[in-house]
Design a protein around this ligand. Structure first.
Ligand code: C2E
Ligand code: CA
Ligand code: CA
Length: 686
């Protein structure tokens, strides 16, 4: 049982036989045929040999003392790797019982004694070839099982006779079933509710129409975890019995990966914002939608200035943090309906919808600009990042993607030439109105801080003695490029943007300061929107307090709209003002509802008859009638009357004859800046 030679490529045959002659003969014959032969004289020795080194084939004599061939064979088969070695039993020619026993104890085949030496090598050859094929088959099966396991692929089979589904062990385990055989009911309960119809409709269709099909559906395990399965189903007819079978594969990982891939294909990893691809997509969609509905929208491109330099000096990791911080600041400036996306390393883009229904692009631009005011905190130093913003409007600045983007880019590069954070519109000849409006909003935001507002004063003169009774303060705005803009153009914007709350307070303060040295009344205009904030009264009283302006010299002009708008709130404010001796005048009387009930309820001190009735007073009989009745009505209600818009002497005379108390108009004086007013007053005194 020695002769072991590990480098030897020849096949090892072990002969276990108690007859030394047989062993010797076998060795001689087989060695001639190129085998390597080992010998064992009994079952025990053979077993020992096998344990030490498994031969490629065993020749085993049935009849041996102590441990016979059957027992030896069984013992070999129980060894760890002993199940596959071919064992050829040597039996007596006439011993049929032994042949049967040999197979029962696990023998591969048998060779009858006396041995046919001429055929022995052939028989061995054949047995070894079979063994090799088996090994290959086993290996490929193992590989298949492994592959199936890796692919999470399982086989299943539906038996319509008892409505059960059988499946491979690993599949049952993977799907969380404790048995390989489950009832259709159990299975159905585990299919995702939304997918049940699909699964059963497909199965039914294949069953009745005899095709194959494949579907994906979701299965929910007891813990609620959802797995996605790909099911392949085929109908087969086995000896007249119809069965359904197929494979099922767990594709959860693939579906998750696809979702991840799709996410990263459309979103930026760093900021989680839509990326360039998704931005293009949304913009294309917005353009199509805009063409259909006629909606205007804006496209903004925001480019960080000199970001490459910054990146190089603080490193890419820190650069990424800066980008993230900027992205979240920008996001904070926008509504959820706006698309903010990162379209390049240091480039963001925005699609801003709803230009037609709201006027908030101006404030949004200001917010975007101020997003760059605060430095970005960074260990070492606070970083000041500035940006250049380009704006283009659809469809004015481009009706297709390329033109629009080209024009935003032009606007952006123009903004780049201005130091610090700034924005520029793409100025085309068309669509000036939308852009003007937006640009005006933005400019108005800076008007207070840049001292672009000024108050003009228009004198009001008492008709019976020609004394200057007061002045009306009128707001003026010096636009940086356009010069003086008429109040009718910009006051509505101040109202809509809410800026008038602060500007309104400035007007009161400015008027009180400017006119503090005089003794006449200063009349200021209040817009209905100023009453909408709860703090109008506080603001006025605070200014009076701070400027030491006598409240009885202040008059507020309100239109009837104030009364209609929110009458309870307005009433409270006006009553409180009157309590402090502040005068209340109803402005533009005759143009609104002119409701007597309101006038009574508010107890105004003055009624200002609108200039549209006064300026052509002499020529128009109906105006005359209206003015006369307004004067009488006012007087009856205990109010004084102011006629505004007096442009000629005829109107002035007529107003005086009708009993009007105070007059205002170009005939007396135009609205004048403070210096001119002082000169006008001085000349009058002479
Ligand atoms: P309003 O309150 O009716 O102001 C009188 C307007 O009539 C002023 O126009 C004034 O310049 C104009 N006017 C005065 N006399 C004559 C005249 O003889 N003929 C003609 N044709 N017009 C005359 P302005 O200054 O352009 O103001 C227009 C409107 O803007 C004002 O109408 C007022 O509603 C609003 N506004 C002006 N300043 C302020 C302000 O400080 N606050 C508020 N809330 N509104 C203001
Ligand atoms: Ca007025
Ligand atoms: Ca008026």
């Amino acid at each position: 049982m020695t002769n072991d030679n590990h480098t030897d490529k020849r096949e090892n045959v072990l002969i276990i036989d108690d007859e030394s002659v047989t062993r010797m003969m076998v060795r001689q014959v087989l060695e001639q045929s190129g085998y390597h032969v080992s010998e064992a004289p009994n079952g025990g020795a053979g077993l020992d040999h096998v344990k030490q080194q498994m031969p490629d084939l065993i020749l085993l004599d049935v009849r041996m003392p102590d441990m016979n061939g059957f027992d030896t064979c069984r013992a070999i088969r129980t060894l760890v790797n002993g199940s596959h070695v071919p064992i050829l039993m040597l039996t007596a020619l006439d011993d049929i019982v032994s042949v049967q026993l040999a197979f029962d104890s696990g023998a591969t085949d048998f060779i009858t004694k006396p041995i046919n030496w001429a055929l022995l090598a052939q028989r061995l050859n054949y047995a070894l070839r079979t063994k090799k094929q088996e090994e290959q088959l086993r290996a490929s099966e193992a590989r298949l099982a492994h592959a199936q396991q890796l692919a999470r692929l399982g086989h299943w089979y539906f038996d319509p006779a008892n409505d059960t589904v059988s499946m491979s062990v690993s599949l049952a385990r993977d799907l969380g079933f404790d048995s390989e055989r489950v009832s259709l009911q159990t299975l159905s309960a585990r299919i995702h509710r939304q997918d049940r119809r699909l699964v059963f409709r497909t199965l039914r269709k294949v069953f009745t129409e005899g095709n194959s099909a494949d579907i994906e559906f979701r299965l929910v395990n007891e813990l609620g975890r959802v797995c996605n399965l790909h099911l392949l189903v085929e109908r087969r007819n086995i000896h007249g019995v119809v069965v359904m079978e197929g494979t099922v594969q767990d594709v959860t990982a693939r579906i998750e990966a696809e979702a991840r891939i799709s996410y990263f294909a459309h979103y930026d990893r760093l900021t989680d914002l839509p990326n360039r691809v998704l931005f293009w997509d949304r913009l294309t969609h917005s353009i199509a939608e805009g063409k259909r509905s006629g909606e205007h929208f804006a496209v903004l491109m925001i480019d960080l200035d000199r970001f490459n330099v910054l990146n190089a000096s603080i490193g890419h990791t820190n650069g990424d943090l800066v980008i993230k911080e900027i992205a979240s600041r920008l996001q904070g400036c926008l509504r959820s309906s706006d698309t903010l996306s990162r379209i390049g390393g240091d480039e963001f883009a925005i699609i801003y919808h709803g230009l037609d229904s709201d006027t908030n692009l101006g404030p949004t631009l200001s917010r975007l600009m101020s997003a760059f005011e605060e430095p970005v905190r960074h260990p070492g130093a606070d970083l000041h990042v500035s940006a250049s913003i380009g704006v283009a409007i659809f469809p004015d600045d481009g009706e297709d993607l390329d033109t629009l983007l080209m024009h935003v880019d032009v606007a952006r590069s123009r903004a780049k030439q201005i130091p610090g954070t700034s924005y520029q519109f793409y100025a085309s000849a068309m669509g000036a109105s939308v852009r003007d409006r937006i640009a005006m909003e933005a400019a108005l935001r800076d008007a207070l801080s840049s001292n672009a507002f000024e108050l003009y004063y228009q004198p009001l003169v008492r008709l019976n003695d020609s004394v200057v009774w007061g002045v009306e303060a009128l707001l003026r705005w010096h636009h940086p490029e356009r010069g003086m803009v008429p109040p009718d153009e910009f006051i509505p914007i101040l109202e809509e943007t809410g800026l008038l709350h602060d500007v309104g307070e400035w007007i009161v303060r400015q008027a009180c300061n400017d006119m503090g040295d005089h003794t006449f009344v200063v009349s200021i205009n209040l817009s209905p929107m100023q009453f909408r904030n709860g703090d109008l009264l506080d603001r006025i009283l605070r200014v009076l307090d701070e400027t030491h302006f006598p409240p009885e010299r202040l008059q507020v002009e309100i239109t009837e709209n104030v009364l209609i708008d929110d009458h309870r709130k307005a009433k409270t404010v006006l009553e409180a003002l009157r309590q402090k001796q502040v005068k209340v005048a109803v402005d533009d009387f005759g143009t609104g509802f002119s409701s007597l009930a309101y006038l009574k309820a508010y107890n105004a001190d003055f009624l200002k008859i609108d200039k549209s009735f006064i300026c052509e007073l002499e020529e128009d009989k109906s105006n005359m009638a209206i003015v006369r009745s307004a004067i009488n009505l006012g007087h009856d209600l205990g109010m004084h009357i102011i006629g505004e818009g007096v442009e000629n002497i005829g109107s002035l005379d007529m107003l005086a004859r009708m009993g009007c108390d105070v007059a205002q108009g170009y005939l007396i004086a135009r609205p004048l800046d403070r210096g001119k007013l002082e000169r006008w007053l001085a000349e009058r005194d002479m």
